[in-house]
Write a protein that binds this ligand. Structure first.
Ligand SMILES: [Fe+2]
Length: 244
């Protein structure tokens, strides 16, 4: 597998740091030498965070414990590291994943798309704790497409009871990405690029997909209203319409 790609500050910020270095005769702190990573942008939680959690909540969503069959759909693995902006790993945080099954349905009482049925073999939700290197991994499926959205995974990072980040992950090359209102409102162009990842078969002929994704945390925990809309809370005049 290719090493995870990291995203760096734009060139003009690097030039600024370099000129500061020259102006100070080289006497700048190490923090100024370090190039900060782009923070993973926040995104709405959407309406389908599970309102009933499955008994099996491990990080392999393709197989329910004791289940008779694997989930339908294209098996897809992704993982990477949870980092601070300075690149240092963040251990011991719980990363949650929830997503649509192959039919575009969620494990939520209102998460079944019209005319569709939930895949009873798909776990729909899972979680994993980052190790001492900040690493995490999920084995799941390529999410199903449903009306009004592009293909996406929902993820959240938690420290105990505190939600640090709610975000969404996307697949490069999916036609609907360019029209997805939630994706197009996420962060800066550089931050947006960081949540659209390449997924490829690990070996030629494999029917599975693999991708890497590093999650970069800011310093401030998320406010509850940020989960349901744009960062900073709803605009005056009421919250924006929530889309799944
Ligand atoms: Fe969704």
């Amino acid at each position: 597998m290719n090493p995870p790609r990291l995203f760096h500050l734009p060139l003009d910020r690097r030039r600024l740091l370099r000129s500061l270095l020259l102006a100070s005769g080289g006497l700048v702190t190490n923090e100024l030498h370090a190039e900060a990573l782009a923070l993973t942008p926040r995104a709405t939680e959407g309406p389908y965070y599970p309102n009933h959690l499955p008994l099996d909540q491990d990080n392999d969503l393709t197989q329910i414990l004791g289940g008779a069959a694997p989930a339908g759909g294209t098996v897809t693995e992704f993982g990477g590291r949870l980092l601070k902006a300075d690149g240092s790993p963040v251990a011991g945080r719980v990363i949650e994943l929830w997503q649509a099954d192959v039919n575009g349905c969620y494990i939520h009482s209102r998460g079944v798309q019209r005319g569709k049925e939930r895949d009873p073999h798909f776990q729909g939700y899972g979680k994993v704790t980052t190790n001492e290197k900040g690493e995490y991994r999920f084995r799941t499926i390529r999410p199903g497409l449903y009306t009004g959205r592009t293909i996406h995974w929902h993820l959240a990072v938690n420290e105990g009871e505190t939600r640090l980040l709610t975000t969404q992950l996307f697949i490069a090359g999916v036609e609907q990405n360019d029209r997805d209102g939630i994706l197009q409102r996420m962060g800066t162009p550089e931050q947006r690029l960081s949540v659209i990842r390449e997924f490829k078969p690990p070996t030629s002929g494999s029917g599975e997909l693999v991708g890497t994704w590093n999650i970069v945390l800011g310093e401030t925990p998320e406010e509850p209203e940020e989960r349901r809309g744009r960062p900073g809370g709803p605009p005056p005049g009421g919250p924006p319409p929530r889309r799944p």
